[in-house]
Design a protein around this ligand. Structure first.
Ligand SMILES: NC(=O)c1ccc[n+]([C@@H]2O[C@H](COP(=O)([O-])OP(=O)(O)OC[C@H]3O[C@@H](n4cnc5c(N)ncnc54)[C@H](O)[C@@H]3O)[C@@H](O)[C@H]2O)c1
Length: 259
């Protein structure tokens, strides 16, 4: 079933990890994917993987914290692919520190990328979709960390709770433009970011990060989630089939947060 046939969708942070998995899943569902990231070699590799799988796409540079780079990326997409039907806000960063020692610059970075980055990309994409007059869809990658607390991750948890809140507000404001806005809340996905978390735990508690990372999985699933598994849910949320799901932040964490 080609849920996203002929749709043109921008994925941020698509140079590796979950963003790459989302790009592959969207292409598999029939979309043309614009893969955006700070790291051009990463997005070029993502698009090469999309093409090897029989899909099509475009690598674009963007920094989600800089509005001019987002606008330039969207202009390139419209020029080369014709329009913009969807946005996936996936780019994100994590910094781990006990709250008592949390450095202000690390808190600022997480809010800049994870919250303001989502805000800016939504603004630019929604303006483009409104100007086209055919509506669209936005999915942001929040986290189960935005719904529950995790030790030594207070700023990250708060930044992802903010993404859940923005999702509700944008969904209400842009419903009249037929733009559907939702979020996915993964947990324990096998990516370089999860390995960074494991390295931090290893520094704190000892042990091998490559062993620890395998333990950071949803108990009900018994293994790490793979990026493309998150991507398949995102593909559904971007599709017309999800029209009755609006302003929601759907758990995609293998049962880790079963409520
Ligand atoms: N891995 C997990 O278990 C997990 C769980 C829940 C939520 N998430 C969220 O999923 C998203 C992707 O996570 P991941 O594990 O793939 O991370 P990752 O670190 O492996 O990849 C993140 C990508 O985002 C890009 N990026 C970072 N800052 C950027 C910026 N300012 N502009 C453009 N691109 C930027 C990086 O270059 C990188 O390619 C993040 O928002 C993360 O918070 C991850």
């Amino acid at each position: 079933m080609n849920l996203l046939e002929n749709k043109i969708i921008l994925v941020t942070g698509a140079g590796r990890g979950i963003g790459r998995g989302i790009a592959l899943a969207l292409a598999d569902a029939g979309a043309q994917v614009a893969a955006g990231d700070l790291q051009m070699d990463g997005v070029e590799e993502t698009i090469s993987l999309v093409e090897q799988a029989g899909g099509a796409g475009l690598p674009v540079f963007l920094d989600v914290t800089k509005a001019d780079t987002i606008s330039a990326a969207v202009e390139t997409i419209v020029q080369k692919l014709g329009r913009l039907d969807g946005l996936v806000n996936n780019a994100g960063v994590v910094r781990i520190n006990p709250a008592l020692n949390s450095p202000p610059d690390e808190r600022a970075l997480q809010f800049d990328v994870n919250v303001e980055g989502v805000y800016l990309c939504c603004q630019v994409a929604a303006r483009q979709m409104i100007s086209q007059g055919n509506g669209g869809a936005i999915v942001s990658i929040a986290s189960e960390a935005g719904k529950v607390g995790h030790m030594d991750m207070a700023s990250y948890n708060a930044s992802k709770a903010s993404v859940i809140s923005l999702t509700r507000s944008f969904s209400m404001e842009w419903a009249k433009h037929n733009i559907n806005v939702n979020a996915a809340c993964p947990g324990g996905v096998d990516t370089p970011m999860l390995l960074d978390v494991a390295k931090w735990i290893a520094r704190r508690d000892g042990g091998d990060p490559h062993v620890i990372v395998k333990t950071l999985h949803p108990p009900q699933l018994g293994r790490n989630i793979q990026p493309i598994e998150v991507g398949r849910v995102v593909a559904f949320l971007l599709s017309d089939e999800a029209i009755i799901i609006r302003g929601q932040s759907i758990n995609t964490d293998g049962g880790q947060t079963p409520y």
